[in-house]
Design a protein around this ligand. Sequence first.
Ligand SMILES: O=C(O)c1cc(C(=O)O)c2c(n1)C(=O)C(=O)c1cc(C(=O)O)[nH]c1-2
Length: 240
Amino acid sequence: MTTALAPLAEPWSPAEFEARLRAVGEERYHDRHPFNLRMHSGDLSPEELRRWIVNRFHYQRHIPVKDALITAKLDTPALRRMWLRRIQDHDGQQQGEGGIERWLRLGEAAGLNRETLLRADTVLPGVRLAVEGYVNFCRLRPSLEAVAASLTELAAPDLMRTRIDAFERHYPWIEPHGLAYFRSRVSQGRRDSREALDLVLSWGRTRDDQERAVAALRFKCDVLWSLLDAVDRAGHREQA
Ligand SMILES: O=C(O)c1cc(C(=O)O)c2c(n1)C(=O)C(=O)c1cc(C(=O)O)[nH]c1-2
């Protein structure tokens, strides 16, 4: 007896593939999370905002680690150069520069000292798991999926602008120079997501590849959502 194999699904056109990737961000990006909505409407207490800064720093400091894991999977000098620039954006060319340093200054502008952020002993368990999930995903999955996971950044520049406005309007106790991190990410995020989108569109040729790329992006949205769930819930626990 012969078993009929299901016919392979046709690949989506590049335009449809791109539309499906963008739709994931529109439906599931963390800008819709209740904690982010409260942040934008000015409802967070200083304590809640500081808790977010400390926990979100844990994500931040692992971004160059996952980018190093991705770089190791890329097989041409041009691709590695492109991805290495992301590590340099975060780690800087020398001490005192780069995105991680700017995030530490955001913490200081909000009244936290940098040792508290660097010690990481108040990072919530759910945040540790979410961040480790993302780093391990990039360690273990092929480059197509690891790069596709970074495409949450398609939506990040708009979120940065909303966040800058919200901080200026509602949280004037945070010194304005602390917002430099978000300002730098508007153009970096736009460039990074454009480059990553071009790679994913050119690598994702079969329907199977395309579906795995979309699933990777959904997973990444879940990582960011879980991180905020943990930060949000820590407040309920304190009130209980
Ligand atoms: O604060 C945010 O809402 C936010 C979100 C994201 C994101 O969408 O993954 C990133 C960043 N910030 C960010 O600052 C950043 O450097 C970054 C790198 C990446 C990535 O997956 O490669 N996402 C993000």
